[in-house]
Design a protein around this ligand. Structure first.
Ligand SMILES: Nc1ncnc2c1ncn2[C@@H]1O[C@H](COP(=O)(O)OP(=O)(O)OP(=O)(O)O)[C@@H](O)[C@H]1O
Length: 247
């Protein structure tokens, strides 16, 4: 089976001339179906850029991204929008909830936009699992930051998209809620979805099947079946290496 997300020699440069910043310096990686992959690395190492390029939200300067079997460089804007709408979900750092809609309507919106009948039983279950079972009628402004983050997670998972991209999905959550969310991410992956998340938290990363480490826009290693202590140790080592390189 082809992997739902694949990057080949992806480079991303912002700006040009003397001001150019190389955020990704030739990344090749395959994200297999049914797995949670965590992307970790020092601040500014290119994690969010990797996520945005892999998700087709940003186009690479060079190299190719294949998303759900389509090479995105060959798609026009409408095709790319449809590909994302039908197969991809996102949890961003800014939660991008629709302020006028209730928690429930936000949660089922991606399915409606994709022209699918929402799976109401699953949406109800997801909201319950993220601890918002009693908040379905609220609007985002009536929720705390962590609750809004959980709506964004419920919205991403309710549509059972092929791939879910998440940027710090547990950043605003208390540790118990974070663990509940991570367990849910594992569960949807076990059911066949692909989850790719950026995190700074070794405990969150330990819930992934694989951790990819990125330094200076390049892959700097991977760890399968990670445990939190080993991830923290590897990160400390990579951070020290990155600091040495700039001093
Ligand atoms: N739109 C942009 N214009 C110019 N430079 C950018 C832009 N976005 C990112 N960069 C630069 O690209 C590099 C990688 O940024 P990116 O946000 O991908 O890193 P990150 O690993 O996600 O960082 P953090 O952990 O701090 O969120 C950084 O040097 C950043 O300053």
């Amino acid at each position: 089976m082809t992997a739902p997300v694949r990057l080949d020699a992806v480079r991303k440069t912002y700006g040009s001339g003397a001001a150019a910043v190389t955020a990704l310096a030739g990344v090749s990686v395959v994200f297999p179906a049914g797995r949670v992959t965590a992307v970790m690395g020092p601040s500014g190492s290119g994690k969010s850029t990797l996520l945005h390029c892999a998700a087709g939200l940003d186009l690479p300067t060079a190299g190719t991204v294949t998303l759900v079997g389509r090479e995105i460089g060959g798609l026009n804007e409408t095709q790319l929008t449809e590909l994302r709408r039908d197969h991809v979900s996102f949890v961003f750092q800014s939660y991008n909830l629709m302020p006028a809609l209730t928690v429930w309507d936000n949660t089922v919106l991606p399915s409606l936009l994709a022209g699918r009948e929402p799976d109401r039983a699953w949406a109800t279950e997801v909201l319950r699992r993220v601890g918002l079972g009693d908040k379905a009628g609220r609007r985002p402004a009536e929720l705390s930051g962590g609750q809004q983050q959980r709506v964004a997670i419920a919205r991403a998972l309710a549509s059972r998209s092929v791939v879910t991209f998440a940027d710090e999905p547990t950043g605003a959550l208390d540790s118990q809620t974070a663990l509940d969310v991570l367990a849910l991410l594992r569960e949807v992956a076990a059911a066949g979805q692909t989850v790719i998340m950026v995190t700074h938290d070794p405990v969150a990363a330990s819930y992934a099947d694989t951790v990819l480490f990125i330094v200076d826009g390049q892959l700097a290693g991977r760890m399968d079946a990670p445990d939190a202590d080993a991830v923290a140790a590897r990160l400390a080592h990579l951070g020290a290496r990155a600091r040495q390189a700039v001093s």
